[in-house]
Design a protein around this ligand. Structure first.
Ligand code: FAD
Length: 390
């Protein structure tokens, strides 16, 4: 059915072509892309934009490692390439600044085995990264304290594909873009509580109901139980949350420093001299937003890794819950058994680098126009099959 054929008003209320639940980085990109494609969009957010995992400040845009190339890695690679232009367009349309920069990444090599693995990846990167980006080993860091060369007894990997962006800057730019678009209805402080796909109606927390042409669940970790319910599955089976804690330091660091990554610790210099440090990965937690000594340990490791930030004061501590689907890949596309309802969840640790491309896939699904190919492993059916085996 063509998009224009839908939209019969229900109870006097216009029916949006696309109803989106959740205004994190996923839902906001989807709203922008859908509106650019001419769809009318209602975006329903339980609290405020960025209340979920997207409200942090790390903004690392790091590729998967270049060996054993597959659909997921290819999808992310293309997304990381496109993002540069996507952000330039957003900035020029809105006048907002996202502090995007392709700074590359340094990874200290701490064992002989690590050195051998890194050496093998040089040719994988040449083959799979399109010749434009390099992956080298034994690069001498420009500065001995970024990272600490004593921390890299077997050399340093330097790859030039990684970038970083300011998460708050990007969210503001996406919201500014929506603010000037026609046919956008943003409803804050309202949650989707139920969906009746047969009627193409969603029930909202304010007691009202809203019809839709299509609906997308981009509501982070809370998408999984809703999707499972729509499919008649057991609630927690399709995915869950992994808590992460992060800290922001006022380090007066020069902008343009590469990301540093070592064994789960990220150090990211942002444009304003701030340095973001992350992250814990906690599968079990009582308080999704609290920070504790696990964060202090990460900060201590980061200070040893990059002595430049040894004395930099912490100006913000933050925690959020990353949405991780059962199959570990993002969950994207039609929800079996729920006609017209789509999933856009499970970006886990890489959403800021791929959400715009995930949005392109869903917009193509809705409009029938050509769009990027969604890897099979992203499909809801694939995740459900994995859940059934678990
Ligand atoms: C410490 C930490 C560091 C990270 N670092 C990086 C990084 O460097 N790079 C990177 O790419 N990613 C990073 N991530 C992961 C990234 O933040 C997440 O993958 C991403 O934010 C998920 O975005 P989302 O839009 O899918 O979900 P969310 O941002 O969680 O958004 C979901 C939204 O839906 C709303 N909502 C929930 N239920 C409903 C409902 N029923 N109705 C309406 N609205 C609802 C919520 O209020 C929320 O605003 C990090 C995460 C953490 C925690």
């Amino acid at each position: 059915m063509a998009v224009a054929d839908r939209g019969a008003p229900r109870s006097g209320q216009a029916v949006p072509d696309l109803l989106i639940a959740g205004a994190g980085v996923a839902g906001l990109w989807l709203a922008v892309k859908a509106a650019r494609a001419g769809l009318s969009v209602t975006l329903v957010e339980r609290g405020n934009p960025g209340d979920g995992a997207s409200g942090g400040f790390l903004g690392a845009l790091m590729p998967h490692s270049p060996e054993r190339w597959n659909g997921k890695k290819d999808f992310q690679f293309r997304a990381l390439i496109d993002l540069e232009d996507e952000i330039a367009r957003l900035e020029s349309e809105t006048g907002e600044y996202c502090a995007y920069r392709r700074v590359g990444r340094l990874l200290p090599v701490t064992s002989e085995r690590g050195r051998a693995t890194a050496s093998e990846r040089i040719s994988d990167a040449k083959a799979n990264w399109g010749g434009r980006f390099s992956y080298e080993v034994n690069h001498t860091a420009d500065r001995g304290d970024w990272p600490n060369i004593l921390h890299a007894p077997h050399g340093i990997v330097h790859e030039t594909l990684s970038a970083r962006v300011s998460p708050p800057g990007l969210l503001v730019a996406l919201l500014s873009s929506l603010a000037v678009m026609p046919k956008i209805d943003l409803r804050l402080g309202t949650a989707v509580v139920d969906i009746i796909p047969g009627d193409k109606v969603a029930k909202l927390s304010d007691g009202s109901a809203i019809g839709f042409g299509h609906m997308a669940l981009a509501n982070g970790v809370d998408a999984f139980p809703l999707i499972a319910r729509l499919m008649g599955l057991q609630a927690p089976s399709l995915g869950g949350g992994v808590k992460g804690q992060a800290a922001l330091l006022d380090a007066k660091a020069p902008p343009g420093l590469p990301l540093v990554y070592d064994d789960g610790v990220y150090v990211i210099a942002h444009e304003n001299g701030h340095v973001a440090i992350g992250s814990t990965s906690e599968n079990k937690f009582d308080d999704p937003h609290g920070t504790d000594d696990r964060l202090d340990q990460i900060v201590e490791r980061a200070r040893k890794l990059c002595p430049m930030i040894k004395h930099a004061p912490i100006i913000r501590r933050w925690a959020g819950v990353r949405p991780r689907a059962v199959g570990r890949d993002p969950m994207l596309g039609p929800i079996p058994g729920a006609s017209g309802v789509l999933a856009m969840a499970g970006g886990f640790k890489i959403s800021f680098g791929i959400a715009h491309r995930m949005a392109d896939c869903l917009v193509a699904e809705i409009t029938g126009e050509e769009g990027p190919e969604t890897p099979l492993s992203f499909s809801v059916a694939n995740h459900a099959a994995k859940a059934a085996k678990a």
